[in-house]
Design a binder for this molecule. Structure first.
Ligand SMILES: *Cc1c(COP(=O)(O)O)cnc(C)c1O
Length: 410
């Protein structure tokens, strides 16, 4: 009898995006002449910049000729790409990361989801609330939690984001071995200061813990005081793994390229207390289960790190940041408490009512779609996420409609 992994049965069906789709479809049917404006999506909308497309085409052409054709590439990624990443993303910011500490992959979703395979079943895991659901669900699948009740899984430590802490959770007050952090944050748009991140690194060193740092939105940071990488923090190389992706940085959500940095000093511990290289474990895992990203995509990715590609990607992000600033300004003018939107494509807005009531109000009165904050965790109740990834025209029209229907708060 083929038995299943029972832990999968604990997963709550992710109703969030299905629920949104259902309500939007019902509204669309009842209002066929209203153009629905989507400020809910976590996907980019603008095309790949020209320098990247040129390199992508070159990669395809090389595959067409016997002299330049490539079959299986190195599992960790081509050296030309890893060297560009190490130099441009890390060394140029004073973060010591070498090319051979970088693992190129086809997504930060897979990497943040798969990394937990390296750790023991009975470690204590902490996740932020609200949270990017991948961190939670992959630990549920692996059997590190109990049942789901009242919005939470038993056995996980939830680090609460609140208005009081500006959605930057405090250090855990209970023992924890593994913590997921994401800055700039999805869904809240919150950022972390160098001082606060240093406290996390010190905490991890003190507790022989590990930080999984998701920096997928790093390219949206404009304030020079905010760290782009956890490896800008002294001591982090021993206690942190960082995840990066070109999805939001360069519009690669449909092209697929990400990378994970595991410094050579980064360690976990065996039951007997001896330290083990996490770089070596992930190398073993990656080379066993992954055969590399396609060559043309890696060629396209390398163009992101050229001066031309960099400038074009920055321009793309500047456009999204301008959208975010207008969204935030609109809600602040109406008296709403907001987080994010300045170094992030997301604006997190306190609704003044429950998340779904606010969602329905915006949809039915203005034809505007947001994401109910409660879908990201119990602490998201009463909040909504607005995404800046639409076109400027879509954002402006949505804000014009919202100004007419959203009640002012004091
Ligand atoms: C979009 C996003 C990613 C990127 O995932 P990919 O699989 O690389 O597209 C990673 N983490 C968070 C929190 C995200 O929102």
């Amino acid at each position: 009898m083929i038995r299943i992994n029972e832990h999968y049965r604990k997963l709550t069906a992710s109703y969030l995006f299905a629920d949104i789709a259902r309500r939007v479809a019902a509204y669309a049917e009842a209002n066929p002449h209203t153009r629905i404006l989507r400020l809910g999506i976590g996907d980019v909308t603008q095309p790949l910049p020209p320098a990247i497309i040129t390199a992508f085409h070159e990669g395809v052409e090389e595959m067409a000729r016997a002299e330049t054709f490539r079959g299986y590439g190195p599992e960790q990624g081509y050296a030309f790409l890893r060297e560009a990443i190490a130099r441009e993303d890390f060394q140029s910011r004073g973060a010591q990361v070498e090319a051979d500490e970088i693992f190129v992959s086809d997504g930060a979703k897979c990497d943040t989801g798969n990394i937990q395979e390296l750790f023991a079943q009975d470690i204590r895991v902490a996740v932020p609330d609200p949270v990017y659901p991948v961190y939670v669900d992959t630990n549920v699948m692996a059997g590190r939690t109990g049942a789901f009740a009242a919005g939470r899984y038993a056995g996980l430590v939830y680090l609460e984001g609140t208005k009081a802490n500006g959605f930057v959770p405090d250090l855990p007050s209970v023992p924890v071995d593994l913590v997921y952090l994401c800055y700039p944050n999805n869904p809240t748009g919150a950022i972390i200061t160098r001082e606060a991140l240093s406290r996390w690194v010190d905490w991890a060193q003190e507790h022989q813990a590990l930080i999984l740092y998701d920096a997928a939105y790093e390219a949206f940071i404009r304030d020079p005081e905010i760290p782009h990488s956890i490896f800008e923090i002294p001591g982090a190389r021993k206690v942190a793994i960082e995840f990066r992706s070109l999805s939001k940085t360069a519009g690669f959500t449909g092209t697929r390229l990400a990378y994970t940095v595991i410094p050579k000093e980064c360690v976990g511990y065996s039951a007997d207390g001896t330290s083990q290289s996490l770089h070596a474990l992930w190398h073993r895992r990656h080379t066993t289960k992954f055969n590399g990203v396609s060559y043309p995509v890696q060629k396209a990715a390398a163009a992101v790190f050229t001066p031309e590609g960099r400038a074009q990607c920055q321009a793309l992000i500047d456009g999204y940041l301008a959208n975010a600033a207008r969204i935030r300004a609109c809600f602040e003018e109406l008296g709403y408490f907001c987080v994010g939107g300045d170094n992030s494509p997301y604006v997190w807005v306190e609704c003044g009512m429950d998340s779904w009531a606010f969602f329905d109000m915006l949809l039915t009165q203005a034809g505007v779609v947001c994401t109910p904050g409660v879908g990201f965790g119990a602490c998201g109740e009463g909040y909504a996420r607005f995404s800046a990834f639409g076109s400027p025209e879509t954002v402006d029209e949505a804000l014009e409609r919202l100004r007419r229907i959203v009640p002012a708060r004091s």
